[in-house]
Design a protein around this ligand. Sequence first.
Ligand SMILES: Cc1ncc(COP(=O)(O)O)c(C=O)c1O
Length: 395
Amino acid sequence: MYMSTEADLREVYLDNAATTYPKPEAVYEALDRFAREVGGNPGRSGHARSLEAGREVLRAREAVARLLGVGDPSRILFTKNATEALNIAIQGALRTGGHAVITSLEHNSVWRPLEAMARAGTIAYSMVECGSDGSLDPSKVEAAMSGETRLIACAHASNVTGSLLPVEEVAEIARRHRVPLLVDAAQTAGRCELRPEAWGIQYLAFSGHKELFGPQGTGVLYIAPGWEVEPLCYGGTGSLSESSSQPEFLPDRYESGTLNAFGLAGLRAGVEFVLATGVDRIREHEEALTLRLLEGLRRIGGVRIYGPQEWERRVGIVSFNLAGFTSSEVASRLDEAYGIRVRSGLHCSPLAHRTIGTLETGVVRAGLSFMNTPEDVDRLLEALERMSLDCGVGS
Ligand SMILES: Cc1ncc(COP(=O)(O)O)c(C=O)c1O
């Protein structure tokens, strides 16, 4: 195992499930280029800078469409994050009321909008209980549906357990009942294959700033043909300006106001990095890191690991607790004494924590990315081993 000295405080960033850092060099270059050399407002004016900004945004849309195997790039809508994309789908699909089905592993960006609507009395929803290992039995989704169900929302991977959920099977159930499926792919875009058209997913939402390596302030919503909803936000689109109505066509219908073209130039570079590297290779790299981490954690006294053990059922997000410490004590000690950045607490997913029994304690979450190395994993393991021994819980 790689042994660091006390003085070795090279930073180890393992909070990639919140946002990836560092980004591939090409992302920094694209951001710099847009800021210095482009700078115009996309789709607004007829001059060279505005036109080039528009081309940058189009290139970003085309890159995301290629990543998802989506034929028509105009169905790729840019948002400020996954939360906004999820809200467009949730509030849009349930605008006239009805019932929704979600899982007990959803993030607050799915749960809170539904709760707000349920409290206002406009909708009802049912929550399917997942297993304490982060598994979902798809037949429970079908059992939770009613004649009033207008939306099923399901995470592709939990940001707490790292478990993959069977979205293709859920899509098959949704298809049989002619109910649209919203998939929250915040933790899988860029690291798992995503095929919304082939899998029959009507709404696919994800962040640009996680494993797609774009900057913060970028998110994506894909909407399948025929499943368009009312937008959340109305305003200037640079198109049909003479009309008091929002354009009907995509992407303008959902992209009011100046886009984050700067961020999207970076997102394009991130997505192109993923396409050039290959999702399979990214997954293989994360598999090696994740298995190394899981194996090392199992050897440290007092460590309790959450989520599935088998790689086939998970992504590179590993949650654990260390006996003798609260999850926030572990995270601050790793940060301050070892330069290792992880995230503790509830990760905006109290539902997932209730499901795995950690609502009171939270967990320590190590979010791996393609940019991490085996040495990063070893640094974390070594620090935890020292903490475990210091506390007297180690073997
Ligand atoms: C599963 C899941 N859904 C939604 C989100 C929200 O993403 P964003 O912060 O880009 O809105 C996150 C962020 O951590 C997440 O992990």
